[in-house]
Design a protein around this ligand. Structure first.
Ligand SMILES: [Fe+2]
Ligand SMILES: [Fe+2]
Length: 155
């Protein structure tokens, strides 16, 4: 527990309303994704005001989904386990580039240029996701290498 607030981690385990929490989680997560889907189309259509509104709604609903996910115990809250999960994400993000490029090359070779470009358009941001986490590790003095690897190390 930090900042004087009560943790909601795993709340659902002792609640009478676990099914409601699950429903809310699903609703927020899929609602958020649908907002992003609409945002994508709105941007293609040039509806910039709608795009901005949808993006904000999507991010807020996504975080609401995270709240219910935390209540459902989808992440571990113990210090070591928590950071381990973050480090695992870091590893996946830092390795995503070459794997995505490989996928893009494969679909391009099969003649699907649009899909190849879509996949490629995510690569820079995936690297940025890793870099952002790395900044936090650095400023907190966390050596992420100390956490045992659960995925393939980059060669
Ligand atoms: Fe919401
Ligand atoms: Fe990512």
């Amino acid at each position: 527990m930090q900042g004087g607030s009560v943790s909601i981690h795993n709340y659902a385990e002792h609640s009478q309303f676990g099914d409601i929490i699950k429903r809310m989680h699903n609703g927020e997560v899929s609602g958020s994704n649908m907002y992003y889907v609409l945002a994508w189309i709105a941007r293609e259509k040039g509806y910039d005001d709608l795009f901005d509104a949808l993006m904000k709604n999507a991010a807020e609903d996504s975080l609401h989904g995270g709240m219910y996910g935390a209540m459902l115990g989808k992440a571990k809250a113990g210090e070591e386990d928590f950071w381990h999960m973050v480090v695992n994400f870091y590893r996946l993000e830092s390795q995503a580039g070459p794997q995505l490029q490989e996928m893009a090359d494969k679909v391009r070779a099969a003649g699907e240029e649009v899909l190849a470009r879509c996949i490629e358009s995510t690569i820079d941001e995936e690297s940025e996701h890793a870099r952002r986490l790395e900044d936090v590790f650095k400023s907190r003095g966390i050596s992420w290498q100390q956490y045992p690897c659960r995925v393939t190390e980059p060669s």
